[in-house]
Ligand binder design. Structure first.
Ligand code: NAD
Length: 246
């Protein structure tokens, strides 16, 4: 579905981002995965090459909030792979701190990675996507629908992601660039896998489909939205949550 396309996936070293990278490679894309440090980026690339040595995958670890660093990396991706067709803004950090205990440092950490990095990477990729009539995809969350009872900046940041998705879909539509988001429900990444059984069980009872989602469930939605099958879809926040938010 993505033969000949070039994708950049932030937060591509593990969890949902790693599943997106795998899915895109399986479907013929060339992928640049971005992470926070060299060891995790190298480990992810080694694992992917182990799965299929012909995968065309490279990795970097820029500070996603610094325009000059991101600019430099995106230039390297185009030099290596010839174009950029898809940007997936997936890197994110969650938060559960009560408002009274929230520090300015935590506010900055969550808003920098979850909001500013989406702003910076989307801005820097525009000249490339204008050439390819490409796609920007953002990872939102089910908490962007109804909030959460602690860690206010996490849901607030995902409301911002939805806002950027909808606004940029309008701003960039004249250039043939599509902008969409996927809002995952509870997904079985490392964080959820390590929760005790007594926390998981009641959680599952709140999900009409009766199970936690897999990273692949989310990657499938990204694949569809990145592909030409979604050519007339833009400005959408697609819930992939087993009806948890219905
Ligand atoms: P994860 O913690 O497993 O992976 C996070 C990724 O972000 C990693 O690749 C990491 O390298 C990268 N990252 C972290 N800090 C970074 C930094 N400072 N600079 C650059 N990269 C950094 O997380 P995940 O659960 O796979 O979540 C991925 C996205 O999905 C996030 O945006 C998250 O908010 C969203 N999400 C997750 C769930 C869930 O249940 N897991 C649900 C809804 C939304």
């Amino acid at each position: 579905m993505l033969k000949g396309k070039v994708a950049i996936v932030t937060g591509g070293t593990r969890g949902i981002g790693f599943a997106i990278v795998q899915k895109f490679l399986e479907n013929g894309a060339k992928v640049a995965l971005l992470g926070s440090k060299s060891e995790t980026v190298e480990k992810a690339i080694a694992e992917l090459k182990g799965q299929n040595s012909s995968y065309e995958v490279i990795g970097f670890y820029p500070n996603l909030t610094k325009e000059e660093e991101v600019k430099d990396i995106f230039k390297k991706v185009e030099e290596s792979f010839g174009s950029i067709d898809i940007l997936v803004n997936n890197a994110g950090v969650s938060s559960r701190t009560k408002l009274e205990d929230y520090t300015e440092e935590e506010y900055d950490k969550v808003s920098d990675l979850n909001i500013k990095s989406v702003f910076v990477c989307s801005k820097i990729v525009i000249p490339y996507l204008k050439k390819t009539k490409g796609v920007i995809l953002n990872t939102s969350s089910m908490v962007s629908i109804y909030g959460q009872p602690s860690g206010v900046m996490y849901p607030a940041s995902k409301f911002a992601v939805n806002g950027m998705t909808k606004s940029l879909s309008r701003e960039l539509a004249p250039f043939g660039i599509r902008v969409n988001a996927v809002a995952p429900g509870v997904i079985e990444t490392d964080m959820v896998k390590n929760l005790p059984e007594e926390m998981i069980k009641p959680l599952i009872q709140t999900i009409p489909l009766g199970r936690i989602g897999s990273p692949e469930d989310i990657a499938n939605a990204f694949l569809f939205l990145a592909s030409d099958m979604a050519n007339y879809i833009t400005g959408v926040v697609l819930s992939v949550d087993g009806a948890a938010t219905n």
